[in-house]
Design a protein around this ligand. Structure first.
Ligand code: NJP
Length: 238
């Protein structure tokens, strides 16, 4: 067991599935999210490959602590999976500024903070990768999710510049863009409504997205699978 991955948003959904799969592939996985009880349950399932570092990606101090501990424990990092994220459902005219702030702080600033702190740890690690979860909502506007769209489009622009900065240093910068996935994602929308939508689309399971991450990371160090859009086959719009 050699390589080290940090998974943000590891407490549920895509992050938890990815941590399980990366550990099964022989990596150390650092589980970062706010809900410690969930992280503990996952860590006891994964076993000694898991290290819990409770982290709110919207807090600079938490993110600094996360990467300081990773450095102290492992001396470096091979994969940063920027997965933590949230979205509030509201027509923009009815949306609340507090929800904009929370969304932008986690989905955009969270990615910037974690990436900034991770870069020094990724340098000199062959095949090092930063993989960030965007969305089909990072390519297409989704009525009712405009602020979420704004953060995911922003992540795409950030990714494109960062790839050009870090590629020459051998650090792979990649995006994963899921369509609808069966997770806990989606605030201000009833569970029934989300359930109905996911059922009608035969939505992806978190493991399907985790497979895309593992596929891209498992390529030889000179190979960058830059973007993977993975959607339920029945999700034709967007
Ligand atoms: O959702 P969910 P997903 N600091 O709600 C964490 C994108 N996506 O797996 O802190 C740290 O089960 C939260 O942890 P906790 C989506 O935008 C999804 O679907 O304990 N962590 C939890 O572990 C997101 O980027 C769909 O509350 C924070 C995790 O994020 C990614 O997939 C479609 C945090 C969310 O898990 C994973 O979401 C799509 C913070 N401040 C893109 N805030 C979809 N599900 O359909 C949240 O296109 N988290």
């Amino acid at each position: 067991r050699g390589k080290v991955a940090v998974v943000t948003g590891a407490s549920s959904g895509i992050g938890a599935a990815s941590a399980r799969l990366l550990a099964a592939e022989g990596m150390h996985v650092v589980l970062a999210a706010r809900r410690q009880d969930r992280l503990e349950a996952l860590a006891s399932e994964i076993g000694e490959a898991a290290l819990i570092i409770p982290t709110d990606v919207s807090k600079e101090g938490d993110v600094a602590n996360l990467f300081e501990k990773v450095k102290a424990h492992f001396g470096g990092l091979d994969l940063l999976f920027n997965n933590a994220g949230l979205g509030y459902n509201a027509l923009f005219a009815d949306s609340k500024t507090e929800e904009w702030r929370e969304t932008i702080d986690a989905n955009l600033y969270g990615v910037l903070r974690c990436t900034h702190a991770a870069i020094p740890l990724l340098k000199g690690r062959p095949g090092g990768m930063i993989s960030t979860v965007s969305s089909v909502g990072g390519r297409y506007g989704l009525p009712g999710w405009s602020v979420y769209n704004a953060t995911k489009f922003a992540v795409v622009g950030f990714h494109d510049a960062l790839r050009k900065e870090l590629g020459p240093e051998g650090i792979r910068v990649a995006l994963i863009e899921p369509g609808a996935v069966w997770t806990e994602w989606g605030f201000n929308v009833t569970e029934e409504a989300m359930h109905e939508r996911r059922q009608s689309l035969d939505a992806l399971h978190p493991e399907d997205v985790a497979q895309a991450l593992v596929y891209s990371f498992a390529q030889p160090p000179h190979v960058l699978v830059e973007e993977i859009l993975v959607r339920p086959v029945k999700q034709i719009v967007p």
